[in-house]
Design a protein around this ligand. Sequence first.
Ligand code: PMP
Length: 384
Amino acid sequence: MSVTPLSHYFDHNATSPLRESGRLALAGGLDESWCNPSSPHSEGVRCHALLEDARERFAAIFGGAAERLSFTSGATEGNNAVMAFFHAKTDSRGKAAVSAVEHPSVLESAKTRFGQNLEQLAVDENGVLCLDALSSFLSEGKAILISVMAANNETGVLQPWSEAQALCREFGVPFHCDATQWLGRMPAEGLDACDLLTGSFHKLGGPKGIGFLRTSCEDSVRLLYGGHQEGGLRAGTENVPSILGSLASLEEAIREITDSSNRDLFEKRVAELIPGIQFLGAEANRLPLVSSFVLPKFDNLRWINRMDRLGFAVSTGSACATGRGGPSHVLAAMGHSPEEARRFLRVSGGWSNATDDWIALADAFGVAYEELDNDEGESQVISL
Ligand code: PMP
């Protein structure tokens, strides 16, 4: 079985390989801190202390009170819980708004809960939320919740979440931010101002299946009913080893936050090799190690297969890559046609890629382009 070397893995926005620091903390937790933190014996008490210490350290990063931070199974759970909670609180007049480029765990759960009472806020051609659209929605006076992600998973484009939060504060409307792609890649400063914050840790080199929801609204969001864990907000035995692994990975990721020089180098080189390539969000602020683009020719699945054969893992960033769902709603919101969306690719690097890997990636794109062109030339000759 062949496994892509981590240095050639460029799909960190889907998930990131586990960092060594995270692996050590996770393994240490599995070996030594596997007890139920609710157990009354000394081992249980010790695990409980570790859990609460970790919660404090997460809260120190994200802001807000530690007791308002609940661990979840990932960002999907937190995002769904936010929508369910606010929907349950409102009468038929209350409206919610989310940006049109949210992750499906926000967009689909908001549509399911709010139906006609959901507004999708427009983005510009770079995929950046139009603050005017938010402002006029808030001015209608019916808003009960606004949700805007921190960074987009498909394009890496950063959203003006801080400005959106400030606007919501002016209107007294709760503001939720899905920070899944931001965490560990951009500084956490300012996230404390968000009334509701969700995320997970596997995009930054932490374990999968673990995330969080932090609220600072008046009401606490109740996630799961049953036992009294997580201050009564989420029933179920806490996953202490994964929480410890996540904390170690997050703290390391924050220490290693990088600039965009490798990505910029890649884009410059690939633009020389593939004339006509169109980088998305090029005029906007983006995550430093994400590049998404529309290629001049060939469907994205052909590119992915070809890059795979050359030893590189890249992605389309949306479900249509695997034949599920239609063209990306993110690209559609940015004004791209379904035909352009089929030529869309996303490259997302992370801790496992060095400068040389980015250069090799660009060169592999050049080779893939030549090979795809040759294939096409040959098939035309055969069909003559
Ligand atoms: N939000 C965003 C922006 C994401 O990129 C993802 C993961 N693709 C999620 C939410 C869902 O995260 P999880 O896999 O932890 O449920």
